[in-house]
Design a protein around this ligand. Structure first.
Ligand code: AMP
Ligand code: FES
Ligand code: ZN
Ligand code: ZN
Length: 316
């Protein structure tokens, strides 16, 4: 049995990559401190920022909102209703969980419901446009990015935070390396500064392993949705996560080294030559005013038209 490094009590978690065992009390403390350090070290935001946390109802984003609240940041939540049922009422249950979380803590939550706003659920949009080879995930990603940025801009938030953890980030990096998507590599970063109408985006949990965010949520007694999105099954990212877990099993710390090594190489200018090109020039969409790479209508407006869009956001 492992003992807590701080107090010698029975440990509830052992993190092999840090050779660190902690009891419940000290783990909860450590997790919050580590998040605060990451936020400061990578200059994500300060107490003066108005942070919008995108919360899905899963463990990561609810744990993130909980930690930011405990640390005293000004953090409101945004839940996007996607209209996904999948036989388990996925979206309805997620919304209930997020609303209960906010209510219990007296936190402000913004809810944007896609079927109500645009007359169609995400799977319906994907079917109508034949996008994503039977899977709505690419349409879903596009719609979520659009709504997150619109809400953050319209309500004056300076930073948008998501619950992505190290397993998520390392799997995306792995996929991008396997196919040498240098443009994506140049843009992948836990901190994307604001530019041309895009709100600053941060991932304060990017150094935590998935089991660490899960442990925090469980030990804090946060009620969250255990199910993954029903469309996530068989996704390529899950395969890459499994491969990375096998490497991690043999060599603890592999995932962290892989991702931090990438950030270091990037800082040293490994992708500098293509950075500007990868980011591209941004224009305001002629319908909604949100930034888009090509002049004219943005990908979101092309997707939802001929359905009506909500009130256009004025250009900055
Ligand atoms: P995922 O792509 O489902 O792994 O989610 C990554 C992050 O995106 C989560 O940690 C949340 O911060 C955010 N997110 C995902 N789904 C939603 C949603 N329906 N509403 C708000 N934020 C979401
Ligand atoms: Fe969007 Fe699964 S398709 S969360
Ligand atoms: Zn202890
Ligand atoms: Zn648009």
């Amino acid at each position: 049995m492992k003992r807590c490094r701080k107090c010698g009590e029975r440990a509830v978690i052992y993190m092999r990559q840090h050779r660190l065992a902690l009891c419940k009390e000290h783990y909860l403390e450590w997790f919050v401190e580590q998040t605060a350090r990451t936020i400061r070290k990578y200059r994500m935001f300060t107490k003066h920022d108005r942070v919008l946390v995108a919360v899905s109802g899963g463990k990561d984003s609810l744990a993130l909102w909980d930690v930011l609240w405990r640390l005293g940041y000004q953090a409101d939540g945004l839940y996007i209703g996607l209209g996904i049922d999948g036989g388990i009422a996925y979206s309805d249950r997620s919304r209930e969980v997020v609303e209960a979380f906010a209510q219990e803590r007296g936190l402000h939550l913004i809810v944007e419901d896609v079927p109500t706003l645009y007359g169609e659920s995400i799977p319906e949009m994907a079917r109508r446009t034949h996008r994503g080879r039977g899977k709505p995930c690419s349409v879903c990603g596009l719609v979520k990015r659009h709504i997150m940025n619109r809400v953050a801009r319209d309500h004056g938030y300076t930073v948008l935070a998501t619950g992505h953890n190290l397993d998520d980030e390392a799997a995306v990096l792995f996929a991008n390396v396997m196919t040498w998507q240098v443009g994506y590599l140049a843009r992948q970063d836990p901190v994307l500064p604001a530019r041309d109408g895009l709100v600053k985006k941060v991932k304060p949990f990017f150094r935590f392993y998935e089991r660490e965010t899960a442990a925090y949520a469980l030990l804090r007694g946060i009620a969250y949705i255990y199910d993954e999105c029903p469309f996530a099954q068989g996704a390529r990212s899950i395969y890459f996560k499994e491969v990375l877990n096998r490497l991690e099993e043999e060599r603890p710390g592999t995932k962290l080294q892989f991702f931090l090594g990438f950030l270091k190489a990037k800082k040293q200018g490994a992708f500098a030559a293509i950075q500007e090109q990868a980011e591209g020039e941004l224009h305001a969409c002629e319908v909604c005013g949100q930034p888009t790479t090509a002049p004219g209508r943005c990908a979101f407006c092309r997707l939802v038209t001929p359905l009506t869009s909500p009130t256009p956001t004025p250009s900055p």
